[in-house]
Design a protein around this ligand. Sequence first.
Ligand code: SAH
Length: 385
Amino acid sequence: MSTVSISAKGEARIASGHPWVYRSDVTQVAAGRGQIVQVTSRRKAPLGYAFYSDRSEIALRMLTRASAAPAPQVFRDRIDAAIAYRESLGIDATAYRLVHGEADRLPGLVVDRYGDYLVLQALVQATDALLPELTRVLVDRLQPAGILARNDPRVRLLEGLEQRVDVLHGVVPEVIEVREGRASYAVDPYKGQKTGLFLDQRENRVAAAAYAHGRALDAFSYNGGFAMALSPRCDDVIAIDISEDAVARIVANVARNGLGNIRAHAMNVFDELRELERRGERFDTIVLDPPAFAKNKGAVPKALSGYKEINLRALKLLNPGGILVTCSCSYNVSEGMFADVIASAAADARADVVVVEKRMQGRDHPVLVTVPETYYLKCFVVRKL
Ligand code: SAH
């Protein structure tokens, strides 16, 4: 068995429950890229087993803190457990996350279900090397019609892995039809954002619908997910996204669901909120679901001012009794920071605003309690009095 020794600082990190050890805390390596290695202290005390990367700053991702090597069927067992958990949730959709990396004790592996198909991502050297085995396990367990590897995220470059998209099993069509609640979507698994849909917002779309009324605005709409969820409870819905491609998806999804009260526009939300305000327009329900404004710590101050601006303008556009569903998916912006932004936006808007619900990414994307950054998606439902 290959081994990697780590410093006292690395040891303390593992003891704190964090699954990652940085290269700066590695003291000795007798292992090759992407191997499963035994992790030891400097004095060779066993600390557990991990995925090793010879490239990434994250050198080790812990699999177990036991002193015995993981059983040969460890990945089968963990995939089984991850799937059984999702099956227990009673999800009213045919698209959802089956495996969420570290939170399922499968570091660097994401598996999403889209109807009869699976779309996976191997984000580290070890899961990339294990793809044949992982594919066999998934085929045995779920008999999917096809498995697509969306191995094109940029993070793979940090591992020295190329960005590529491959069919690993069966046949994967260019369009997969899935259902989420009452809405049906056409998903492009090869080119859609992430693995095709923003699955992490599924439960927030359902929650938003429960408050929706009157005239609605879905800002940063992508393929119209929130707009379609709000539509049955609203008089009319405006969906905006900066991308023409996204707007084409919204228009197609709206047509396939026969939702006559949604209009979609390709616009910059920052400009459009200002323009709506200038025209004196008002809404009863607004959703703000921007992309991550803070991709790293350095970008946090600018991100906070971006969040502040859109939340301030949205609160001004709301009628009394109106609902704002406001999200941040920046893991560098904590729930507390985001709450402060909303509070300061409310103060500047001279509005009395109450929080009626605090939400996060869906239950199929669990948060590791020892890694606060895995709580990346914050979603507040607030009401203007
Ligand atoms: N609400 C969507 C996911 C949104 S992802 C869902 O539930 O599925 C963020 C979207 O914001 C992307 O589609 C991106 O094209 C869009 N976007 C990014 N910057 C924008 C801007 N300044 N104005 C409008 N849309 C923007």
